[in-house]
Design a protein around this ligand. Sequence first.
Ligand code: ZN
Length: 178
Amino acid sequence: MSHHHGVVTLPADVVQRPGNLPRYCSRHGLPAVRRVDFALQSAVRIEGSRFRAVGGSGALGMADRLGQHGKKVRVVHVRSWPLCGRCNRTRVGWLTLAAIMFFGGLTAFVGSLIVGIVVDGAQVLAAVAVGGFVLLPLAAFPFARGGLARIVGARTSPDGATVLVENPSQAFLAGLPR
Ligand SMILES: [Zn+2]
């Protein structure tokens, strides 16, 4: 374990085996009310400009960038990470908002199309359909905020050998294996 600018580095094999992580959450230092297993990815910076320069934009350039993404992402399978009540409520809150936006948008879009078949010439319906259509992709933002990586404040290092935890709580630090 090393400590740099508020970022704590944990070996990947420590977090991949259950029972190694503290009983207190990494963000608030409160007792865990539940333990979660999840896949933690590394952050990826994709180099797109090079391909655009040689005329590889469009679908080909996109496929190339996606290929790079697949090669460069490292995943650590975290076992039994502690979540406190507050972490859990934050997560449920964002995911609930994402679900409301997604299903609300879908209902508005599909519903106004169906009603539009029955009722003729209602301008309002078109607006509702557009509103619903716009809302659908926006649901991705609260969905990302509710993701476990964001909730616990951790990511995998680019080489996949370690997990980086941002500004962990004192209680979490104290409970780490040394
Ligand atoms: Zn917490």
